[in-house]
Design a protein around this ligand. Structure first.
Ligand SMILES: Nc1nc2c(ncn2[C@@H]2O[C@H](COP(=O)(O)OP(=O)(O)OP(=O)(O)O)[C@@H](O)[C@H]2O)c(=O)[nH]1
Ligand SMILES: [Mg+2]
Length: 311
């Protein structure tokens, strides 16, 4: 069964994605048609290249898009459609929703990432989504650095109807996760979501700690964690790519949640991620509220980025 497949709650999400993605200085949804009005030549391609780079699409993906466009059409009128097709081609392979098979019980999700990217919020939203789908959820409050993190999760747990397992301040985060796994097994819970403290990918000590949590989970169930979900803040631009590479090298990331797409007029980072990393984008977030969270759809995202001017 596909978990979190587009549900009723996502309706209206596309409209918000579109307006929030393009808040401020709209990029590709802007005057693309105008840019290509006189046909495609070196000058328009260079202007497009600049637009793409400013939108955080990154050097590699920008080059690939400009080259593809140059090959595919000379006609300015077809250019927007051609670009849309190329972007969709890049994004489509990443649209692989998180699948929770019936056999994996509890299904274990480990949420990781650098400080402040939106891990705790994402864990709360996920818990809410799974409970709404009829699953029982245990949240492991494994950020034991910040007392406020436990309170933040307790609130999400109350709203979602999920059990939150925590220990005293400064407890060993691996022990908290173990505790949550044991609780979930004892109760026959469907899903365990572990929130972890933010850490820089360059902090060897904290990355070791995360690897330890990962090992504890694997010892509990050799198939777990079933999902190592890296939470990336879209507004961090190209730095998010570096984070993804480092966390992936160390832990083996299996999916991405991309947050704060509302906080940037540069949603092109998603295209850069698609070009550079073969990691599925599971979820995207465009705000702090529960409804500002949805399963990633390549088509929706492409349309939101490269909208018709008339729309
Ligand atoms: N605008 C916007 N804000 C978000 C989004 N997701 C999370 N936030 C906000 O970002 C801030 C940090 O979110 P947290 O969920 O606490 O981030 P975290 O990764 O758990 O942070 P640490 O545990 O400190 O590493 C909070 O104020 C959230 O409400 C989003 O998609 N858009
Ligand atoms: Mg947190």
């Amino acid at each position: 069964m596909l978990s979190g497949s587009t549900s009723e709650g996502d309706s209206g999400f596309f409209g918000r994605l579109r307006s929030r993605l393009n808040r401020g200085r709209a990029w590709l949804a802007g005057d693309l048609a105008g840019l290509f009005a006189g046909g495609i030549d070196a000058e328009t391609l260079e202007a497009l290249e600049t637009e793409l780079l400013l939108a955080d699409v990154g050097v590699e993906a920008t080059q690939a898009l400009v080259d593809a466009l140059q090959r595919s059409t000379k006609n300015g009128e077809d250019a927007v459609e051609a670009l849309r097709g190329k972007v969709l081609e890049l994004l489509d392979p990443l649209a692989r929703p998180l699948d929770i098979p019936n056999g994996a019980k509890p299904f274990v999700i480990l949420a990781v990432g650098v400080n402040g990217t939106g891990k705790t919020t994402t864990v709360g939203k996920l818990a809410h989504r799974f409970v709404a789908e009829g699953r029982s959820v245990v949240i492991a409050a494994a950020d034991t650095f910040r007392a406020a993190a436990v309170e933040q999760l307790a609130e999400w747990g109350r709203r979602a109807g999920a059990t939150v397992v925590s220990q005293a301040d400064r407890a060993d985060p691996a022990a908290v996760v173990h505790d949550a796994l044991a609780t979930a097994r004892a109760r026959g819970a469907d899903v365990v979501i572990a929130d972890t403290a933010g850490r820089l990918h360059s902090d060897a000590g904290l990355m070791d700690e995360l690897a330890k949590i990962h090992r504890v989970v694997s010892r509990f169930d050799t198939q777990a964690p079933h999902e190592t979900l890296l939470v990336l803040d879209a507004s961090q631009g190209q730095n998010a790519l570096v984070q993804a590479e480092r966390f992936n090298d160390r832990l083996g990331v299996t999916g991405l949640a991309i947050t704060k797409l509302d906080g940037t007029a540069r949603g092109g980072i998603v295209i850069a991620i698609a070009r550079r990393l073969a990691l599925p984008i599971r979820f995207v977030a465009i705000g702090e509220a529960i409804e500002d969270f949805a399963v990633f759809s390549a088509g929706e995202f492409t349309d939101a980025l490269i909208g018709d001017r008339a729309a």
